[in-house]
Write a protein that binds this ligand. Sequence first.
Ligand code: MOS
Length: 735
Amino acid sequence: MSPQPQAAVGAPLSRVDGRLKVTGQAKYAADHDIDGVVHAVVVDSSVARGRITGIDTRAANAQRGVLGVISHLDKPKLAYRENRVSNAFPGERLHVFQDDAVLFFGQPVAVVVATTLEAAQHAASLVKVSYDAQQPSTDLTRSPAQDGPAPFEAPYKRGDAQAALGAADVRMEMTYRLSRNHHNPMETHATIARWDGDKLTVWDKTQWVIGTQNELAAVFGIPLENVRVLSPFIGGAFGSALRAWPHVTIAALAAREIGRPVKLALTRRQMFFTVGYRPAYEYKLRLGSTRRGRLTAMTHDFKYETSRYEQFWEANQALGQMLYAVPNVSQKAQMVPLDASTPLWMRGPGYSSAAFVIETAMDELAYKLGIDPIELRLRNEPGEDPSTQQPFSTRRLGECFRVGARAFGWHRRNPTPRSTRDGDWLIGTGVATGCYDVFRGQAEAHARLDADGTAVVQSATHDTGTGTYTSMTQVAADALGLTVRNVTFRLGDSAMPPAPAQGASQTMLSVGSAVQDTCDKLRQQAIALAVEDERSPLHGVDADEVVVRGGRLHVKGNTARGETYRQLLARNNRTHLEARGSYTPEEESRFSMYGYAAMFAEVAVDARLGLVRVRRMLGVYDVGRIISPKLAESQAVGGMVGGIGAALLEHTVTDHRDGRIVNANLADYLVPVNADIPDLKAVYLDGEDYKAGPIGVKSLGELVQIGVAPAIANAVFHATGRRVRELPITAEALM
Ligand code: MOS
């Protein structure tokens, strides 16, 4: 097969769906116009632990337009079968309206359905729920509750970290704290559910249409093929839509019980209750080093939040095992069950939290030893993955730092903390490493080339704002030899060829490779048709010598000899050609595969008020081939914005007296706004990684967030001489 010329891939394309979005034509979950739809509003618990002793629905039911109120008192039947595909956590997911138990503050306890949203909202406010409340346990920093399931432990050990610490020239021990964070995408979660007999159709905000399809089939005890999930546009998610939460079940349940299509949109306040969060951490790190800065030991002892009913896990141990060449490592991770809802993966899950700890500690060690923080990292670069002894597919972290240091002007910096001032502002710079796994999943796609020379390619993947519509169009266009204008990519429908969740940065590699395989097959089909067709100018040519460009097939190196897809299909009386292709990752890779980043930050800290302003940031990334440079830059900028949020602003506050989240709104839960965002620059190292996958890409979407917060924290230390081991870094901590 002759390689196709690269034209669309690598071009700085604007989003192909951009016009739909800015003109309001893109339909998000709640936007779909479904005939006869009625509205559901969830009533949520106002205690965090206990039993429901009564639900008085008389006033609600008396309201005009109210069609019904559903709670556990109605004993609605739900199968809650096992779902091994998309129900990831040990334990048992929350069963809605099946008993009187309250497991967390804000748990759905009833749903009101009415003909208008206003009637449903008002009636929901009239539902009176009484409780037998108990004192909840919601504080991670207090010892694990004794009456819940035992804390989960995940020990890891290589070498003898205790002995190596004892023998080390330099020993350090630090405890870090990370607050709970909520994803808070712009679009709130919403579901529309409609039953047609025993068939369920759901329009949902989800990062995994196939996952939601599997969960609904399991919850309702119906065959998978009876459930269809649609999610063509997503207004951000950051991980919150990676599983089907209780409200998705409630919408479908209400539609079944009331006998009408039901729309259920969570309020911003409810976004803090049942759609996951980044768990709080308490993390003790000890490290040992030689005087020349070679790490000899690291021990990681940490605990983080989960619910009482599920054991949430995230990839918080990999970085401690593979990032640096440390011969002796021990890790002990504990999940602490609390009277809280189950967390869910958020923006570089696990890695972000571990990176804050490890990368702040590296900065602390650099200062203790008087070694430049970049130099310290370079001295601990491993030649192979120290946790698996595998070679790296590619690892260009050192190059990221060298390129970044030059572009950022790192070496002009006076290393002494609190040495640079600009009026009232103390100025500091800091660096940190970012690193994220290359996750890969099985994916399939379908492509159809029509007689008019245009193509439609589809896969049940998603576009959370990451640019999937655009990047897949680019891959398909090059593989088909069409211009971008003549390719349409469709996604977000469980009836399409299956694709993995849009999470863990696996979409570009997995779905992109499936799209390329599919379009390669389709192109080869057209080429085969041409070379076997006596009336084709390409008749008798070796198929491997034919390339397609701009919709025209021709002999490689001889553009004169060829014809267009349109001519070929018309002459052969074909309305279309179609193909199906896939990508399946190998069972076990021989390589250690990660994306890498060097993050640089400059901050100004008000010497009297402790206010922190990020002045500029630079990220340099090693992620293999870049399919869509403009969107990759957009992702990097988004990652830095998210990292600024985690570093300085985002903090979910729980009142531990009753388990209430006190800042469940966007006025009190602070996220960065334009005024918080300075000049942000992203540089992607030129390159490709074909050991990671067939289209040369690694992973990008999560990586861009990881390392941002510690770079800022390290810059704050350089500016002020104050080491803050807690996120977010607040003015109070710097006073
Ligand atoms: Mo990402 S946190 O897996 O959406």
